[in-house]
Design a protein around this ligand. Structure first.
Ligand SMILES: Nc1ncnc2c1ncn2[C@@H]1O[C@H](COP(=O)(O)OP(=O)(O)OP(=O)(O)O)[C@@H](O)[C@H]1O
Length: 300
């Protein structure tokens, strides 16, 4: 099954025969990937750890350079852009990450405002250094993601789901036409995961946003995406709309690979990494809390 024949004119993203081999790597991270994404479409990249999802996403906004092939985003050949032109294209493409990438010590409002930095000259320190129009815009986005009552709270005092909502609001400051999301709910519990994914879907519909999002949970991909692109070993092994697609059909293609010893090992590594990340996060939170308490005691 393939949907990769969407016409050039109607594509928000058009990737042709993309190959990527990282320097020093024993094999390619991506090979022969062709994919077109229509404006307003919500596409899930589904695959195990190491299947090439992040690498593919990072080519769409020019964070990686292909070894072979072509990547067009919003009608522009990304590989031919440099400097200001590349920055201008990136300004039209929002990116949200698994680890949220917020500045923990800053307030929700300040984090959201940093999403507009690419449109401003010079550094900004503090909320009041941003123009009033941007402050109002940021408040609108904070309200949209349901965090108005947390506007002045430190980002690292929020739950994972709330932090990802802040990251969504920050991405909206760019008025993006495409939103890329790299495992946005991998660090969240199932309930927060579906809330965050639901929010992204609603916002995408309101704004006609094109979304390309990597996930490794089959159920979430099925309930959330318009279309699933399955990656395995850097190649597209499935490309289909989710209507009328059953979990069993996806598992037949996606799950079948997990019967081999290598793939089972990959799943185990993935779980171990996820556990480590949660532990690391907890330790970081505890350290920040301890430092803050100490600072409070010193002042007192
Ligand atoms: N900067 C890099 N340098 C060398 N190899 C890399 C680099 N980034 C990724 N790789 C390798 O490329 C392959 C694809 O990695 P990628 O991160 O794109 O997969 P993924 O599906 O997003 O996995 P995950 O869900 O764990 O992030 C893996 O074998 C990985 O080790």
């Amino acid at each position: 099954m393939t949907n990769s024949d969407t016409s050039v004119q109607s594509s928000a993203v058009r990737i042709q025969d993309l190959g990527k081999t990282y320097p020093g790597a024993s094999g390619p991270a991506l090979s022969g990937v062709s994919l077109s994404v229509a404006p307003g479409e919500i596409v899930v990249l589904l695959g195990l750890s190491g299947s090439g999802k992040s690498t593919l996403l990072r080519h769409i906004n020019g964070l990686e350079t292909p070894t072979t092939g072509s990547v067009q985003s919003l009608g522009q050949e990304v590989t031919s852009l440099r400097g200001r032109d590349l920055r201008a294209l990136r300004g039209r493409i929002g990116f949200i990450f698994q680890q949220f990438e917020l500045v923990g010590a800053l307030s929700v409002l300040e984090n959201v405002l940093t999403g507009s930095l690419s449109t401003l000259r010079g550094p900004r320190v503090g909320v009041w250094s941003y123009p009033r129009a941007l402050r109002e815009k940021a408040l609108g986005h904070i309200e949209r993601v349901g965090l108005l009552d947390r506007t002045y709270q430190r980002a690292d005092r929020l739950s994972g789901g709330q932090q990802q909502r802040v990251a969504i609001a920050r991405a909206l400051m760019q008025d993006p036409e495409i939103l890329l999301a790299d495992e946005p709910v991998a660090s969240l519990d199932p309930e927060s995961s579906s809330q965050v994914m639901g929010l992204i879907r609603e916002i995408a519909a309101e704004r006609g946003l094109t979304v390309v999002c990597s996930l490794h949970q089959v159920d979430l991909a099925l309930s959330w995406g318009d279309r699933i692109v399955g990656l395995r070993g850097g190649e597209v092994v499935l490309d289909t709309r989710t209507d009328n697609l059953s979990r069993e059909q996806v598992m037949e293609i996606y799950g079948r690979v997990a019967t081999s010893t290598t793939e089972i090992a990959a799943v185990e590594v993935e779980l171990a990494e996820a556990r480590e990340q949660v532990l690391e996060q907890e330790l970081r939170r505890a350290a920040v809390a301890q430092n803050t308490d100490r600072a409070g005691e010193d002042k007192a």
